[in-house]
Ligand binder design. Structure first.
Ligand SMILES: [Zn+2]
Length: 447
């Protein structure tokens, strides 16, 4: 009993210290920082473009200086007077995906980026770093921010209507998810709101989101476009839309994204938000999701629900794709580095991953002749079967070769998962644990 009381006291003391940290260093407003990320495969750079002050702070108020997932990029905020690390934000970028393209060996390009941090009370030094697929820093830039700087532009309500689809609590305590309209004309906003209801239904019909719905707010932001539907460059179709979203990103026909991140944040200046779904008005298959940047999803394809939940797995929980392309065309995950994504491993440092979830006696890597997993076909061909078969392949945890676009040298936790194929609804146990863990982190729930 004494031990329990002592633990409780320590926990309360820790909570008190962290709560005090927020109020000591930050006010209940947001500092939005727009950057330009640029370069080529050999050299990258980071440039600060503009600072904004936005009302309220929707992000976490505890575990402020904690790095939960490394991501491919990090923002570290230091109190200028003491040098103390007071806030960390981690993320990935479309720019870094592009660096893996052949084009990046031939030319330099620039990409927009924007991030929110709590508004500091005193001057801070902000260090932005980009890391490569060896988790090594490849670009870094530090800039000073004085909260009294007269050139920090105040922004707020922008006249774009918004409506809560799910309102579970105050922005202080819930994850705040914004759905932004793209390719919807003013006349199509009734459809947009209905599509947002379908998106929320999709998300909260999947575990573990279903059980955690009361920890989420979902707000629909009805930003109108001049023309309906995204651009489709491969078909010669170009539309004038709010975010210039298009298929054929990096010449991949299904890769539907927007690179107009500054405009996206302008649209969102009227609402407190932490995570973004760009809902794109089209029946054509497509989408994309980048950790702590945005996820894009087409609104009317038959696999809308599955794709939306899959892409949200990327943008919300930093989950990697668990499928592969049958070869090692691009070595996204080099053997000498343990990836930061929670649901993929190179076995370089597997003890930090899901070793604790594997049944005793399971060989690593897991072969298809493992007891309880007989008669399974090679990876990526085992999509058929009864619902019971699919469930079994989703729920039995092992270390299966073939993940992260690579046929060899990268491993996934289950034969099948929502992060692998559209035919299964469920996340594997490792992805499920990751989503719960990061929700605890975002909502400041103690470990
Ligand atoms: Zn998974």
């Amino acid at each position: 009993m004494k031990k329990l009381i002592t633990s409780l006291c320590i926990a309360l003391m820790a909570m008190g210290a962290e709560a005090q940290d927020f109020d000591q260093y930050f006010e209940d407003n947001t500092l939005r920082i727009d950057y330009i990320l640029g370069g080529d495969s050999a050299h990258q750079y980071i440039q600060m473009e503009q600072l904004y002050k936005q009302p309220r702070w929707a992000g976490r108020r505890k575990r402020l200086a904690e790095t939960y997932l490394l991501g491919n990029a990090q923002i570290n905020v230091f109190d200028h007077a003491t040098g103390k690390l007071i806030y960390v934000h981690t993320f990935s970028t479309l720019f870094q995906e592009w660096l893996n393209e052949t084009e990046a060996t031939k030319m330099s390009r620039a990409f927009e980026a924007a991030y929110n941090i709590p508004f500091p009370k005193q001057p801070v030094d902000i260090r932005v770093t980009l890391t490569d697929n060896h988790n090594k820093v490849c670009a870094s830039m530090t800039h000073h921010v004085d909260p009294k700087d007269i050139l920090i532009r105040p922004i707020g309500e922008n006249g774009i209507p918004h409506k809560y689809i799910v309102k579970s609590g105050d922005i202080d305590t819930c994850v705040d998810l914004a759905i932004v309209a793209e390719g919807y004309t003013q006349d199509q906003m009734d459809k947009f709101y209905k599509d947002c209801e379908r998106a929320a239904d999709a998300l909260f019909s999947h575990e573990p989101f279903k059980s955690m719905k009361n920890r989420f707010n979902v707000v629909a932001v009805a930003s109108p476009s001049v023309e309906s539907g995204p651009s489709e460059p491969g078909r010669g179709i170009w539309h004038n839309t709010g975010l210039s979203a298009h298929y054929d990103t990096f010449y991949s026909d299904r890769y539907l994204t927007t690179s107009k991140v500054h405009r996206l944040f302008d649209i969102l200046s009227g609402v407190p938000f932490e995570h973004i779904i760009v809902l794109i008005n089209t029946p054509r298959y497509g989408g994309g999701g980048i950790y702590n940047q945005w996820m894009c999803s087409s609104s009317d394809h038959a696999t809308f629900k599955q794709v939306l939940v899959h892409e949200f797995g990327h943008s919300y929980a930093g989950l990697a794709d668990e499928y592969n392309y049958g070869d090692n065309h691009v070595e996204w995950y080099p053997a000498d580095t343990e990836p930061w994504e929670p649901n993929i491993t190179t076995l370089k440092d597997f003890s930090k991953k899901w070793a604790d979830l594997i049944p005793a006696g399971t060989p690593i890597p897991t072969t298809r002749n493992t007891p309880g997993q007989q008669n399974q076909r090679p990876a990526n061909t085992q999509r058929g079967g009864t619902r019971e078969d699919l469930n079994k392949k989703t729920q039995i945890v092992g270390v299966f070769e073939g993940a992260g676009y690579m046929a060899n040298g990268a491993y996934r936790p289950a034969e099948l998962c929502r992060m692998n194929v559209n035919e299964v609804e469920d996340f594997c146990p490792v992805c499920t644990r990751a989503i719960i863990g990061i929700t605890d982190f975002y909502t400041g729930t103690e470990k």
